[in-house]
Design a protein around this ligand. Structure first.
Ligand SMILES: [Fe+2]
Ligand SMILES: [Fe+2]
Length: 378
């Protein structure tokens, strides 16, 4: 077996040299022949190994010895039989032709032709009478262990070469991407179904699996889950008429107060999730959505707006209590969101601290109007 593997490579290599020289001369430019990247034409290897097996069988007395004209006929027939299906299969698989005998006499669809097969008949005589006995003798001098290692190395190389060649020829990456796409869609379906049942335990479990199993950069499932969960959290506020009023006023740059609140809620939600702070998500988002519920345009020039920075957290808190009956922790977070401007209103909870930071981050990004670039929602 080792002998045949090595012979396969030797003849594939000689085939490659022969073809490359022939085609370079014909086309007046360098032609790297063969199907693979490496310097081999496997079709010569296959044909020669077939010849080698016949040679060995004759040598061992299993087959009667054959005359040169029989070798010629055999070469002629085998090349006819080998070239047609190989050319057809390569064209079907990779939509390209490695040889085309269309301009040669007596060809069959350009895949095989009588003159080239006659040449292969002569080549078969050369192979059977000279080359194969020569290689056989040469290899017999090498120890079995060396033949084994050599064939192992050669098989490894051709495996890599074949993988690279096939992957570059068949849009292999696109195929893998389409499988991933189908998988992601399937997972999204499951997630949607779970969401239909509103079972947060299963949802969290799937989210964990998705985050664990898939690479972060392309993790569409984790992203969709995060988005869905967030939308679910802010839904009640978004549907409220009081909260909607915030959309009538500009907060920073071109961002309305409602958009600002949603940005702060989103950034707070992300900070909590990414840093594993374990803050109460519901209270965090509630406080963030209502933290600027003061309901006026602070740019309108009214003299009372001069102290807007200090006053509005309290006004927003009163509105939040009036309309949503928010718990104490949420009230605290709303009151302290302007700290350190409101020096005595220190953020005392995790939620309050996160909002205090997220508010400043969003205010800065909105003022320089790079909202989308820096991960804000609006
Ligand atoms: Fe504010
Ligand atoms: Fe704010």
């Amino acid at each position: 077996m080792n002998k045949y593997i090595i012979a396969f490579f030797i003849f594939s290599f000689f085939g490659w040299i022969w073809e490359s020289i022939y085609c370079t001369i014909r086309e007046h430019k360098w032609a790297n022949r063969g199907f693979l990247y490496g310097p081999i034409c496997p079709i010569y290897g296959f044909a020669s190994v077939l010849g080698f097996i016949i040679y060995d069988l004759i040598k061992a007395g299993y087959l009667p010895s054959i005359k040169w004209w029989m070798i010629f006929m055999l070469g002629f027939i085998v090349s006819m039989l080998l070239e047609y299906p190989t050319s057809w299969a390569l064209e079907k698989l990779f939509k390209a032709r490695w040889w085309d005998y269309s301009d040669i006499w007596l060809n069959i669809k350009g895949r095989t032709s009588v003159p080239t097969s006659l040449a292969f008949g002569f080549a078969a005589i050369l192979a059977m009478e000279v080359l194969i006995p020569l290689v056989d003798r040469g290899l017999s001098f090498l120890p079995e262990s060396l033949l084994f290692i050599l064939s192992l190395i050669l098989v490894s190389i051709i495996s890599i070469d074949t993988t690279l060649t096939i992957s570059s020829l068949t849009d292999f990456q696109k195929y893998v991407a389409s499988i991933e796409e189908a998988f992601q869609n399937h997972m999204t379906d499951i997630v949607n179904r779970v969401y239909g049942n509103r079972n947060s335990f299963y949802l969290k479990a799937i989210q964990r699996i998705a985050v664990f199993k898939l690479p972060g950069r392309k993790n569409r499932i984790a992203k969709q889950l995060r988005e869905k969960q967030f939308v679910e959290l802010i839904k009640d506020y978004y549907e409220s008429d009081v909260v909607k009023q915030m959309d009538n006023y500009i907060q920073h740059g071109t961002t309305t107060t409602l958009e600002h609140c949603e940005n702060v809620a989103w950034i707070s939600y992300l900070i909590n999730e990414k840093l594993h702070l374990n803050a109460d998500e519901k209270k965090l988002v509630e406080a963030a959505m209502l933290h600027d519920l003061y309901l006026y345009d602070w740019h309108d020039g009214d003299p009372s707006r001069k102290t807007h920075g200090f006053d509005h957290p309290e006004i927003a808190c009163i509105n939040a209590v009036k309309n949503f009956d928010v718990p104490e922790k949420v009230q605290e977070a709303i009151r302290s969101h302007m700290w350190p401007l409101t020096i005595t209103k220190i953020p005392k909870s995790k939620e309050a601290l996160i909002i205090c930071f997220a508010d400043k981050y969003c205010a800065l990004i909105e003022t320089i109007r790079l909202n989308k670039r820096f991960g804000l929602r609006h």
